[in-house]
Write a protein that binds this ligand. Structure first.
Ligand SMILES: [Zn+2]
Length: 335
């Protein structure tokens, strides 16, 4: 019978310095009672939060990491540690409800069942609406002793200033490309570079993209873009293939291709994804740099609109993006 080992969260390599600092702060009794981990999506903020929580709840942490053996570790990895509280939107909801915050408030006022730390992870913190944030304020101000609240957020500007000012903020940025690439290559092999491009350099986001259905189709999808740029296919012929995929996600992917193609045509340095490199080169030959840039800009604008809740016709949106490649910029004409 296979032995199932508890899953211990280790921070990503690019967060090790930040983790060491926090563990030192803890050893010196200077850990604040609220931390805000902010930074782009997919850089490993939650992993860092989980790792810190597990370390604080571990009975014998070693080298700043949880031991993985003790009862504390077993409970926290099983998701049943009574002194670890996770707050996220419930299934089917995008918001963290005020009732959930009330449960957290009551958690923060109880004594720790195992006599050590109590840790709460709120993720994503921007899912707290205004009322929920207000309900959390008092707890952030005066949690019980040995209590740590970790807020994790891609969009900390959506938090009330009063929330932000009560947390010690740690900005966890996109790691340096080489380090991200090495790590990702260890997980996914040759496709690391193109995944990282599609994820704007955020390695965990890149890892999630590998599971996405567009990834298996990526050659066909990029081929559709290229054939429009080369005038071998009309925009209307190409867009249905793209429209099978979620435009918010594809916007990041297409933006990654456009900027990689631009980079490739300027520097002559081919993409590390050998399946995509010839297509990216063709794209760079067919579309002048200024137009590639403009197309990238339109794709990002579209992505922002989608993220803010716009619900456009998918095929039309893809058509608009493709049209920029052949020199028709509907957005510019509208200004
Ligand atoms: Zn342990």
């Amino acid at each position: 019978m296979a032995v199932t080992r508890a899953r211990i969260q280790v921070p990503c390599p690019w967060h090790q310095d930040a983790m060491v600092q926090l563990v030192e702060q803890h050893a010196q009794g200077r850990l604040p009672h609220a931390l805000l981990f902010s930074g782009p999506r997919g850089v490993g903020k939650l992993r860092m939060a989980e790792s810190l929580a597990q370390t604080l709840l571990c009975e014998k942490p070693a080298g700043g990491l949880p031991c993985g053996q003790c009862q504390g570790c077993q409970l926290s990895t099983a998701g049943t540690h009574p002194d670890l509280h996770r707050l996220s939107p419930e299934a089917g909801s995008r918001a963290i409800k005020i009732d959930q915050v009330r449960q957290l408030v009551s958690f923060a006022t109880r004594t720790a069942q195992y006599g050590g730390y109590r840790v709460a992870i709120i993720q994503p913190a921007e899912a707290l609406n205004r009322n929920a944030q207000n309900a959390l304020l008092k707890t952030l101000e005066e949690p019980g002793g040995q209590t740590l609240l970790i807020l994790v957020s891609d969009q900390p500007t959506l938090l009330l200033p009063t929330i932000r000012s009560r947390c010690q903020q740690r900005l966890l940025p996109v790691p340096e490309r080489q380090q991200a690439l090495e790590w990702l290559q260890g997980q996914v092999g040759d496709s690391a570079a193109s995944l990282l491009d599609a994820a704007q350099g955020a390695p965990l986001h890149a890892l999630a993209l590998e599971q996405a259905d567009w990834f298996a189709d990526r050659e066909k999808l990029l081929e559709a873009l290229v054939s429009v740029a080369e005038g071998r296919q009309s925009v209307a012929q190409a867009s249905p293939l793209l429209a099978k995929h979620d435009p918010t996600e594809m916007a990041g992917v297409i933006y990654g291709w456009l900027s990689r193609s631009l980079h490739q045509s300027i520097s002559g340095e081919a993409s590390a994804d050998s399946r995509l490199a010839p297509l990216l080169e063709r794209l760079g030959r067919a579309v002048p740099p200024a137009r590639l840039l403009r197309a990238g800009q339109r794709v990002l604008e579209g992505r922002r609109a989608l993220l803010s809740g716009a619900n456009p016709n998918k095929e039309l949106l893809y058509e608009q993006w493709l049209l920029v490649l052949v020199g028709v910029d509907a957005a510019a004409a509208a200004h």
